[in-house]
Structures are given as C-alpha cells and as structure tokens.
Design a binder for this molecule. Sequence first.
Ligand code: SAH
Length: 360
Amino acid sequence: MTDKLRGLIETLAERHSLSLEDYAYLIDHRCGEAAELLADLAVRVRQEIYGNAVFTRGLIEISNICKNDCLYCGIRRSNPNCDRYRLTKEQIWACADEGYGLGFRTFVLQGGEDAYFTDELLCEIVGGIKQAHPDCAVTLSMGERGYESYRRLRRAGTDRYLLRHETADRVHYEKLHPAEMSFDRRMQCLRELRELGYQVGCGFMVGSPHQTSGTLARDLKLVETFQPDMCGIGPFIPHKDTPFRAEPAGSVELTCYLLSIIRLIHPPVLLPSTTALGTIDPLGREKGVRAGANVVMPNLSPVSVRKKYELYDNKICTGEESAQCKDCLNQRMRSVGYEIVTDRGDIRARPQNFRKAPQM
Ligand code: SAH
C-alpha cells in the first residue's frame, strides 16, 4: 500500500472526514492490505461503542405492489412477471407476534409504494404493534411520502424510517430512475424524516450501473454530513425482468471496504450486513460484520409471499420459517465471534457526540 493510502486511512480514523477527492482515491487505489487496515480500525471503533453485540431486526415485507419504476428493482410497476401481493393488517400483526416470541424487539415493515397503505391504515398497523409490544421499536421502509404522512406515522409511534438515497449524485440518480422521480424529493424526504424526530436510515447499492468512484465519494460525503442513524448498503444484483438484467452485480470486496469506511466516518452508525450481501456470497453477511457492520435483518414475512418480494434474482432466505432464519443468523454470527442481542438496539451516541432527544 502506498504511503498516501495509509496516510488517508489514518486521517479518516482520526478525523472521520476526507475530501471528495480523497474518498475517490481511497476507492480507486484500494488493495487487500488497505482493506485489512480499514477493517481492523472499523472493528476496533465499533467494539468500543457496541462491544461484540450484533443487533437484529425482523423484516416484514408487507407489499410488492409499487407505483414506481426504478430501473434496478424487480418489483417495479412495469414488471408484468411479478406476482403481486399485499399483507392484511392481521397478517402483519401475526408476523410481529411471532417475531416477538422469537425475541425480536425491532420490526421493519418494508414495501413498495402501494396506495392501499394509506396513513390511516399504516397508523393503525403501527399503533397495533406498539400497543401489543410497547418495548419494541417499529421501523418503516415504505418509500417517499409527504411531510404530513410522515408526521402522522411518527405520532402513531413509528420510531425509525429507512429510505435509501440510492445515490448522492444527481446525474447518477437520473440514470437509475425514471424521469418522474426526483433526486431533490428523495433528499427532501430524508430531511423531513430527520426533522420529525425519526431515527433515519439512508443508503445505497454498491456496483449499481453507472456508479463510479466519484459518485461513491458523494455517497460517503452524504454519510459524513447527514450523519444518519442507520445506513443500508448492499451489492446491486441484477433482476431478470428489469432493464439492468445484463449488468454485472456489485462485489463483496467493495461492499465490505465501504462498510469499513462508513464505520470510520460515523462510528456509532447502525450498519446492516444485508441479505443482498449474503446472496452474492454464502459467507457475505459474516464478512460484512467482520468489516464493521453490526446489524442483521432476518426475514419474518410469511413464507407464502417471500419469493414474491424479489427485488433481485436468487434472493436468499425465501424458503425458511422465521425461526429457522433467526437460528441460522445466530449461528453465523457466533461462528465469527459475535453475539446477537435482542434489545431494541438504538443508536448509541458517544458522549462527545450528544444528540438532541427526538421530539414528538
Ligand atoms: N419502496 C421502498 C423500499 C425499497 S426496497 C423505498 O423506496 O425505500 C429496499 C431497497 O432494496 C432499495 O432501497 C434498494 O436500494 C434495494 N434494491 C432494489 N433493487 C435492488 C437490486 N436489484 N439489487 C440490490 N438491491 C436492490
């Protein structure tokens, strides 16, 4: 590794910030030795804040009906081969009840942008989960909604919201999305969610078509400036019924490299080792945690719908029952020296990084 590369990594670990040019340099000039150094530093700083705990969130995929047409996504509206479904509120509550019994204390409700899930209905669903399980956190990942909608969902008890920004580069954003979707709107949503007191997650795919070290540098700068509570990153994986069907998938190696960098930019961030990472490599999620991730998200959706929530080809964990998914991940984490913990797993701010308490 060059002296310059080593110097940049040391600066990053100390100051949690680099210029756009330096982030791009770190990516362009990466090598095995640099990846190891970054992972060592990332694991060390995560250890100081979280010990060897890995948090777990039960993922409930509530609908694959979507009004959007994102070019990368298997449940885009113009995919006629997608077998559409939505869960009833009773089914969603049943998933949460089962998850609670298995020890989950955070539920993530994710889905396409499906108009069926009005504010009234989502508030009732979230309210019902919070009432039955007051010690749990509820996260929504239902895409772009208006300020008023986010406000009502927050008042109904939603604690967190995941909305990956997908790419922090406007021109790149426009290559991944149809003209009717807007980069400014996406960013506006993230700001509104923050303002409403949510714990907010942004994130991006690694290796999405037209991505460069320059666009990735902007993603890293966004993490540095926005300081999200969560950051979801995973490899892009092509889906056979999308315009990107013939594009190559992202790599485990670059995803892990970026996980380490993100941990160093924002040490307390909650960083999932994603299902997509486990899909392109059977040991992907273990590798993610060893690079600095500290969250896993086993699937709690009814087995009957799991194959239908196919964002990308060959998605794993679509055949097992929830309990099996949980046990499998427990074992995987233990195999690399980590322990899955069952508390809500809120972000742990360091004393010098004090955050204002969320206001309702
Ligand atoms: N409708 C919600 C949830 C989207 S699905 C929203 O807009 O936020 C969750 C995430 O899956 C997306 O944000 C995207 O980053 C990821 N995803 C979609 N298609 C993918 C693909 N082909 N490969 C990898 N990840 C993908």
